[in-house]
Design a protein around this ligand. Sequence first.
Ligand code: PLP
Length: 849
Amino acid sequence: MKTFNIVPNIPPELEPLKEISFNLWHVWNPDAITLFMRIDRKLWESCNHNPVLMLGRLSQEKLNELVHDEGFMLFLEKVYSDFKRYVDNKNFFQYSLGVNKDFKIAYFSAEFGINDSIPNYSGGLGVLAGDHLKSSSDLNVPLIGVGLMYQQGYFRQYLTPDGWQQETYPENDFHNMPMKLVKNGDGNPLTVSVKVGDRNVYVRVWKLEVGRVSVYMLDTNNQMNSDEDRKITDQLYGGDIEHRIKQEIILGIGGVRVLDALGIQPAVYHLNEGHSAFATFERVRILIEKHGLTFEEARLFVQHTTVFTTHTPVPAGNDVFPPELISKYFSVYISELGLSPEQFLSFGRVNPFDKQEGFCMTVLALKNSAFANGVSRLHGKVSRNMWKGLYPHIDVEEVPIKHITNGVHIPSWISLDLATLYSRYLGPQWAEDPDNEKIWERALDIPDEELWRTHERRRERLVAFVRRRLVKCLKRKGARQSEIMKAKQVLDPEALTIGFARRFAAYKRAYLIFKDPDRLDKILNNPEKPVQIIIAGKAHPKDMEGKEIIKNIVQIAREERFRKKIVFIEDYDINVARYLVQGVDLWLNNPRRPLEASGTSGMKASANAGLNLSVLDGWWDEAYNGENGWAIGSGEEYDDLEYQDEVESRAIYDLLEKEIIPLFYTRGDDKLPHEWIERMKINLKTICGFFNTHRMVEDYMEKFYLKGAEHFFSLGQNGFEGLKNLLAWKKKIDTNWHNVRILESEFLGERESLIRTPLGCRVKVDLAGLTPEDIVVEAYFGKLDANGKLSEFQIEKLENVKQIDSTVYEFSGEITVEKTGRFGLRFRIRPVNLNLEDSLSLTYIKWDD
Ligand SMILES: *Cc1c(COP(=O)(O)O)cnc(C)c1O
């Protein structure tokens, strides 16, 4: 069959419109959105905010009409010049690199949620990745996205009459989406091949422009591949574990090859979750092949330039492949790396010697990266605990998994109404500089009346949206006219509105607020103080427990007493999320602590001046300050889960009855809930400046990207001279380390010493064949807890004072303790090298006992 594409015949005057359509900058630019709405508001909605699709559907008459609409053309000119100014501005973010060079960061993710026009995400992980791209673009961080483009994306949800979730998988029409197939110099599609099992799979690439950031999405659905291989990129998180390993081979290995084929040489690779961790091996392989490095050299280089972000607080959430599957798909690859199968498997095992242990992608990612983090303060702690088995020589607090708390890209999530209000009262910088806490302090100056009216307008919009969705949904199902009439009357645009929407994973406990329907009835149906709940979310197709939860909620919502009060919106996506977070008064989140790594939807509500009612888990554990929302419980964890549900659902009812509802309905003479509005402002002031992706991306830049880039240059230049020196040094350490010992250690303080007095320490070490420059001797001290363990440790470096004989040296120094109580002190020795990332020296540590 001959294939060809038909493209719309856009008049030359509208070329700028086309250009704006193909750059996802329009997603977070209010004027660009207004421009598209102006063309045809209904069509804009029905095209899922996809301007490329919309342009293709406009009649020639309509296109010509636009050209002759002077007002439209002037507005287009303005938006286009804003757009050009944005994409051509190359120097917004000021970063300082030790070596003054350009560098790039490749950001790998299995899902990207940029907008509802590109259904290539399932939930928070993808939306976070999308927001990471947008903030990188705004900040001019030199980032490049790499992902998979799924033919069917994630499923669409609809419910049977009794509330059971059904899935449909509409095909994504790539040629009508805001992206372009990447071509070679000769005009043919760029193709990269990846061996999957015993076949070569050919990958094509779609390029998306997200402001100044490019994203490359890999796609195996083309005629060069067998039917089976065409399906590798069919669905996000679909299929069995074998399907998953194939997808991860394409993402990790294929992704690195695509960058290579494009001539892009990133300095730093960022793995957003473990799915893409095979990329580390592919980089090793290429370094061996192209630069003649040894496996050890190549891996050391890759480690120093890889950042890994883990998102999963439970072991079961991590991809683990049975060893047989690794053998099946990697036998040739393993020999190309010059490894034995057991050596290869050991990189994915906590215990390298346990032949039964599966191959875990998170373990691989941790072992092959020098920079790792969880996504909230609490999740950092949970992750260090989860993976401490990988670092047997150190205390859990020192496990090198840090945290960088997630954020949201605020301009993408707030309503146009609020954006206008913020521009007026916070100043126009709020959109460019949302992580400037000073700007958000001005929220306190917004007049109550204006903030409240704007918010009420959004609540009304939300109610109208829900009704429209319900009607549409009922019509599709062939419902009776009387039912459709009823749907038009659900909810009350003035009632206190609670939102709950997210993936229906069991730990998120969507059922919690429905646990006692009679008590809920009293709360919702108080005629003076009405309350209503809007709920949405998808369960993974294989998650029967999640589907059961949806069904139960839907059945409760069907009861006559709740019919107008509780609405389940089908097919949760970014668009539904946007309406919800922009219109609700209260955003409910009640995960089972500590299973929510971060959560971001509450931040979106918060940026829209909605208040959070949440368990102290993930980000809320960090954000809640006693007056910017409400906490369910105070951070407890339970063994008896039934009991926990009982206690925490009661806590929700209590808070609603005693605090939240009264606050909302306490109105002044002007009918405004001044105290509630005060909380809205405190919420804006204390949350938005920090919980946004500008702050997050800058954190990644400062803590990881810049360091990785420095390693890239210092280890890589002059034919990898620095790397070779580092490895030679590391070999010297490896040969001598088993002979290195702490011979004696002395604490020169009293058994009872005064606070803040320097206390002396002296340590004698045998360095075997090493020199004092190769190591550090450290005093490691902290409070002794009831179990005799050190907590809140501090580290003080001791200085080399004298050489005692050929290999023995004395080190000494002082420690100062800033608190009172019982303390413990230990000494240790570890190798150091300017070029060795600290996290990689922790596996060597020797203690004095
Ligand atoms: C923000 C968002 C999420 C994340 O929700 P959390 O429960 O806060 O993790 C999931 N899905 C969509 C569509 C979102 O927009």
